[in-house]
Ligand binder design. Structure first.
Ligand SMILES: C=C(O[C@@H]1C=C(C(=O)O)C=C[C@H]1O)C(=O)O
Length: 197
């Protein structure tokens, strides 16, 4: 199926279910072959990008401040939308600081206590490095989205195309956090085929 149709089909399915843009990852056949392994890999994206970039990966903080979750984020975490949490937005850059992934993580206040308290000051250390160092890390099934301009990715990063994204809820020591990752145009241009974008 031509990718544009698969993205439109995904969006139509999402819209019909009133789930907004994020939808539990559909059967692989609905996702273009080139993006499927990136969207559905349950492992650490940081690790994958480090390998791809021959360890030339950097994390740039766009935001790390308290705020209210978006409606779909509150639903994914099962928290009230009025409940403030720590919002962390970063860009993962490959060689020559090329912007590859925009990531937005939502930490409910109750999750930033005890042994996870230090995540308040993660700075430019990759979140995945900490999360995936724990053998008992839990992760919900991945949801995916084909994100149009205006759906939450900073305009300066989005460009004018649909961007593929994935998100899931991590669980560690009884605490939860939501991580959304969006593959940016420069990454798509370099690693996705024409049929995927
Ligand atoms: C969850 C991971 O952490 C990565 C690093 C992030 C950060 O530093 O804020 C956010 C999302 C991920 O791209 C991972 O590596 O899979």
């Amino acid at each position: 199926m031509p990718p544009a149709n698969s993205q439109l089909l995904l969006n139509r399915r999402f819209a019909r279910r009133g789930l907004g843009l994020w939808q539990r990852a559909p059967g692989g056949h609905l996702l273009p072959a080139g993006v499927r392994p990136w969207l559905l890999d349950p492992g650490s994206l940081t690790r994958k990008l480090r390998q791809l970039s021959h360890n030339q990966l950097s994390v740039h903080i766009l935001r790390q401040s308290w705020g209210r979750p978006r409606l779909s984020e509150a639903r994914a975490l099962g928290v009230d939308i009025t409940q403030h949490g720590l919002i962390r937005e970063v860009i993962l850059c490959g060689p020559y600081e090329e912007p590859w992934v925009y990531a937005r993580s939502l930490f409910p206040a109750a999750s930033l206590t005890g042994s996870l308290r230090h995540l308040r000051q993660l700075d430019n250390r990759p979140l995945g490095g900490y999360l995936f160092s724990h053998p008992h890390l839990g992760r919900s099934p991945l949801s995916v989205a084909a994100l149009p301009p205006g759906s939450g990715v900073p305009e300066s990063l989005q460009g004018d195309k649909l961007l593929w994204g994935r998100r899931s809820v991590f669980s560690l020591k009884g605490k939860q956090l939501l991580v959304s990752e969006v593959f940016l145009p420069a990454f798509a241009a370099r690693f996705f085929t024409e049929e995927d974008t």
